[in-house]
Design a protein around this ligand. Structure first.
Ligand SMILES: CC(C)(COP(=O)(O)OP(=O)(O)OC[C@H]1O[C@@H](n2cnc3c(N)ncnc32)[C@H](O)[C@@H]1OP(=O)(O)O)[C@@H](O)C(=O)NCCC(=O)NCCS
Length: 356
């Protein structure tokens, strides 16, 4: 971190203080500081002092054969004595413009208290499945040879991670860096010498007791979940596991033990680039409709077989990434305008390791 600008170092200090991070605010995601410069740390400075700061990161989400550039925003922070003067609002606007200029179609963030973001045009998008495994399940899950992962396992774990059809794209080097996240336990299941599954549990402060990343064959993942369950404290209600909404093999495997998922949201999203979203929507509706974006990229219009109209940013997000994958509004619009909505919505997903 020695090559950082003074403002970036101050930004890290502020983020660390506000979000209670160790190591002078070293971000949860090692990828934030992996850029050759400190382009992923944004701040608002007044008279040379950083008053508000956040981290940004652009990632490629792969989902239903689409590649979607998404801008992540995290650890938005204003010093306690400096709040309520519009700084974080200005910083968010800066972050959105910056991510748009880096080619991102939407922005995505995770917030414990979403009210601040709701008031600024952000809304729930996308879907994930959350499973709560009761401690009593531990004795019923299969057993396999299990060990803690090492850095040398990164290429194989990268291979297993890449087998998820819905994921955030990562290089092997990024996978290696992510596996070194602090506060995380990564275990692998073995058949002979071969790794056939892995789980990542815990990460920083907010994913403790959560298996937020996994991969490999379902029976291996079940064995690893059994291992995690045996290790959790009696005080916890169980082990939380998150999964993409299309992870049918895990859903079936856990369904065999009467564990059903609760459908959650991916996060809070906001439109950054209407033109990119109009192009994406056009690909999804095919020849059943014409989707147009004006030269200033301020409006998107959909012309179906029997009608059409302007799509607000909310409508665009609903059509493309509806909250919890709910289809009601999509089908209503499809019927009203006369277009094929069968390839909507998309449900992009980020494992916990991809968080910022
Ligand atoms: C949320 C936070 C970044 C807002 O920073 P800020 O510079 O005060 O933001 P602004 O002045 O632009 O806007 C203030 C808004 O934050 C809300 N707010 C939340 N906590 C607040 C606090 N402790 N003091 C003042 N405003 C607060 C206000 O209600 C106001 O919302 P409104 O304009 O819709 O009424 C800041 O309170 C903070 O650092 N909180 C702790 C970290 C956090 O929760 N970050 C967000 C999740 S990553």
């Amino acid at each position: 971190m020695s090559g950082l600008r003074t403002a970036a170092r101050e930004a890290l200090g502020l983020i660390g203080e506000v979000h209670n991070l160790p190591n002078a605010g070293e971000p949860d995601s090692p990828l934030v500081l992996a850029a050759a410069d400190d382009r992923n740390l944004l701040s608002i400075e007044e008279e040379g002092v950083v008053k508000s700061a956040c981290a940004v990161l652009e990632r490629t989400f792969i989902c239903s054969d689409e590649r979607l550039r998404v801008g992540l925003i995290g650890t938005v922070s204003t010093a306690p004595g400096e709040r309520g003067r519009g700084r974080a609002s200005r910083l968010l606007e800066r972050a959105e413009l910056e991510l748009r200029s880096r080619g991102c179609a939407i922005a995505l963030l995770w917030a414990e208290d979403p009210r601040f973001y709701h008031a600024r045009g952000w809304r729930p998008i996308g879907a994930e499945d959350d499973y709560l495994l009761p401690p009593t399940l531990a004795s019923r899950l299969p057993r396999m040879d299990v060990r803690t992962a090492t850095a040398a396992d990164a290429p194989r774990l990268h291979e297993l991670a890449n087998a998820h059809p819905t994921r955030v794209e990562r290089s092997v080097d990024e996978m290696r860096a992510l596996l070194a996240c602090r506060g995380m336990q990564t275990r692998v299941a073995l058949e002979g010498e071969r790794i056939v599954g892995y789980t990542c549990c815990g990460r920083a402060l907010d994913l403790q007791g959560v298996v937020h990343e996994w991969g490999g064959e379902p029976h291996a993942v079940l064995a690893l979940l059994g291992e995690e369950l045996r290790g959790i404290s009696d005080q916890r209600p169980g082990l939380l596991v998150i999964a993409p909404a299309d992870a049918s093999s895990l859903r079936e495997a856990l369904g065999g033990f009467d564990v059903q998922p609760l459908r959650g949201i991916l996060g809070l999203g906001k439109v950054l680039d209407r033109r990119l979203l109009a192009e994406l929507l056009q690909r999804r509706v095919g020849t059943s409709a014409r989707v147009e974006c004006d030269a200033a990229a301020s409006t998107v219009v959909l012309h179906g077989a029997i009608g059409g109209g302007d799509l607000s940013d909310d409508s665009l997000l609903t059509l493309l990434f509806s909250e919890r994958g709910i289809r009601d509004d999509i089908e209503t619009l499809g019927l009203a305008f006369g277009f094929d909505a069968s390839r909507l919505p998309l449900s992009p997903f980020a494992f916990g390791l991809d968080g910022i």
